[in-house]
Design a protein. Structure first.
Length: 144
């Protein structure tokens, strides 16, 4: 279980890295791509999607320091590790999906890195236990 806990924390951190890369790609694309005579970054809908991406990444990232420090103190981190993985991978999936939406059809092209990120992010919700398993682990820990 200790190995799984460490792995889950690592998977969560990697998923946030994918989310960050997807957001940065979406920002670049939104600043470069024009529609109706202006960069699409000027449209409020795109701005709101970018803001939501950033807020979600920051919220998960700022709370991800908890599990490792708890482990360093010698107490079990089963629930915290499962929560870290569950939330981080869900955030990453949502951010990558929104980044793909900003890219439109170009997001599916191998010309942009987003296509690979979109394929890669899904497995993070499976490795070290699926999201459903994480929910089971969390609820069992809460109900102990």
């Amino acid at each position: 279980m200790i190995s799984l806990d460490s792995g889950r924390i690592g998977i969560g951190a990697q998923a946030l890295g994918i989310a960050q890369a997807a957001m940065e790609a979406a920002i670049r694309y939104a600043q470069e791509r024009s529609a109706f005579g202006q960069p699409i970054a000027g449209f409020q809908a795109i701005q709101f999607m970018l803001a939501d991406m950033s807020a979600a990444i920051e919220a998960r990232g700022s709370s991800s320091g908890g599990p490792p420090s708890s482990s360093d103190q010698g107490r079990p981190i089963i629930r915290e590790a499962a929560e870290a993985k569950l939330v981080a991978t869900d955030v990453a999936q949502r951010v990558v999906t929104d980044a793909l939406q900003i890219h439109g059809a170009a997001g599916y092209s191998t010309e942009f890195p987003l296509e690979r990120l979109y394929r890669d992010v899904r497995v993070y919700q499976i490795w070290e236990g699926t999201s459903q398993i994480q929910r089971l682990v969390i609820s069992r820990q809460l109900l102990k």
